[in-house]
Ligand binder design. Structure first.
Ligand code: MLT
Length: 239
């Protein structure tokens, strides 16, 4: 099994994701929020890159048939129904509903990852389940961090490293890794043990905390809360 990590979409260059199983990670907060929405009964999540695309998609489907959600600069988008906090996506709001979502980094990485042969959505909330699903996989794997505006983000790197370590533990055959996967594994060993202390100290964590969003960080720091791994099929994310 060939296992690569890319800390940001930019690292892929023009090559794209190739014929691989792609795992997309945006711990703070997009992939944590998507999983929470689906666990709380959302029918599906349609990820799009821009606010304009989200509005257009909502109009195509029927504005009152969907929940428009996402963020720009962490804040909810004017005219949208929900932001990008996992705590907003309670069953009363999302059960049975289709969500059209756009976020600064996360949904873009997902749109890119959807070009793989398979695409999964991961965060600390389901890192163990993701590794277990990959251990059954026949195809090569790319773990893709959303990063932050083209730059490395530590929490996505640590989450990638946890999946690398667990996958290597569970996989029966030989696993070949790239340098980024080795670095991610090292970071996970260093920072992965006390996520509740680590996550608020990352750049994204500090930014969220400064905006009064500490409870969301704490939620996103819960390891293996769920055994579900959302899949992306034809730009549609389901459990
Ligand atoms: C993103 O997709 O850029 C992030 O999830 C930002 C956020 O915290 O909402």
């Amino acid at each position: 099994l060939n296992l690569e990590v890319a800390f940001t979409p930019g690292e892929l260059g023009g090559a794209g994701v190739g014929q691989r199983t792609v795992v997309v990670i945006d711990v703070l907060r997009a992939t944590s929020t998507i999983l929470q929405a689906l666990v709380n009964g959302a029918r599906d999540v349609l990820p799009v890159e821009s606010v304009e695309q989200a509005v257009r998609k909502a109009q195509e489907i029927g504005r009152d048939q969907v929940i428009l959600c996402g963020e720009r600069d962490i804040n909810p988008i004017a005219g949208f129904d929900l932001g990008n906090s996992p705590l907003e996506f309670v069953a009363e709001r999302v059960s049975g509903r289709t969500l059209v979502m756009t976020t600064t980094n996360g949904t873009r990485a997902i749109v890119l990852g959807a070009g793989g042969t398979r695409c999964m959505i991961a965060s600390f909330l389901n890192a163990g389940a993701t590794a277990a699903a990959l251990a059954q996989s026949e195809s090569d794997v790319l773990i893709l961090g959303a990063g932050r505006e083209g730059r490395f983000s530590l929490e996505d790197g640590v989450c990638a490293g946890m999946i690398v370590r667990e996958l290597k533990r569970q996989y029966s055959g030989r696993v070949e890794t790239n340098d980024a996967a080795k670095a991610a594994s090292f970071m996970a060993a260093r920072f992965g043990k006390r996520l509740a202390e680590f996550l608020p100290r990352t750049a994204a964590g500090r930014r969220l905390e400064a905006m009064g969003r500490r409870a969301e960080i704490d939620f996103c720091a819960t390891l293996d809360r769920y055994a579900h791994v959302p899949r992306v099929l034809e730009r549609r994310i389901t459990l």
